[in-house]
Design a protein around this ligand. Sequence first.
Ligand SMILES: C[S@@+](CC[C@H](N)C(=O)[O-])C[C@H]1O[C@@H](n2cnc3c(N)ncnc32)[C@H](O)[C@@H]1O
Length: 330
Amino acid sequence: MFGIWQDFLANIATQDKLAKWLQTLPNDLQNFVNSKEGEEFYKHLKKLERFQNFKSDKFNLNTEYVSFGDDSLTERQKIMTKELFKDLMPWRKGPYELFGQKAETEWLSFKKWDRLLPHISSLKDRNVLDVGCGNGYHMWRMLGEGAKQVIGIDPCALFVAQFELFKRCISNTDISSRINLLPLGIEQLPELNSFDTVFSMGVLYHRRSPIDHLYQLQNQLVPGGELVLETLVIDGDEDTILIPKDRYAKMRNVWYIPSVPALKILLERCGYVDVKFINQEMTTIEEQRPTELMITESLPDFLDPKDPTKTIEGYQAPTRAVFTAHKKGK
Ligand SMILES: C[S@@+](CC[C@H](N)C(=O)[O-])C[C@H]1O[C@@H](n2cnc3c(N)ncnc32)[C@H](O)[C@@H]1O
């Protein structure tokens, strides 16, 4: 009934902490399948069928271009792979390499990963949740760091389909069963209190209720578990928070951009302990730019042409900060 998530449902039924998710998850997946977004998803999955015999036990998850399979394709198969990438556009997060063919994505997502990896607790043998994971680029990097299980949630059908393309190429099912992306929003998660590390990257500023978001993330962690939070910030003191009047860097859905000191207070008010600001960096046009697989506007179009330290609306240009924080307990 739930097609590709059947094995995942059977798997969590055997896990003490996650089994209670079965009270809501089957229903949520069924609602997705019946929705317009679900229809969209199955159209994308159909495109993957032409690739169904391409499987390999070779992959490299600890590299900038997360790669699957070796460079063994015929010229015809190479063209087919490139066409499949085009059929699944736009490609935002990555980059990837599939049987030697590169998918150049809008974001060089390894730059974000490199900024945070040295500062977070080792992911080895951890249960990890990535909230708003896009097509799962960072999930593969988490698995590459030795996570026991990586679960991502993102409600966008296209991103889930892009993820499935790579997951299906892995012939070793022991590996592929450890990584799953579900088409859900954070608001659909019950309080699972089950994950050793929860990532929320690029999501907080999109949430209308950022404080609720921080509580929702906390409710997914085991006591003592680690939140890795990455979000837009602006310069300023404890009292500085930007609520854009309308668009921010042309995005309609940006609600809340705190300063680093304000965000620290917010995390502490929400009950997190051991809150650490890790680093911040203004996003560059090397990190976010249009490519042949993402041909619409990108960062260069969102900035003031005369002053790239400002957005086109006159706000501080996108600057992203990383925090770690822990749930009380243990
Ligand atoms: C800016 S992207 C960040 C992607 C990735 N985490 C990263 O840092 O590169 C925000 C993602 O949040 C997803 N999203 C939107 N609404 C969401 C929700 N209610 N719950 C979880 N994710 C959501 C979007 O589909 C999108 O993929």
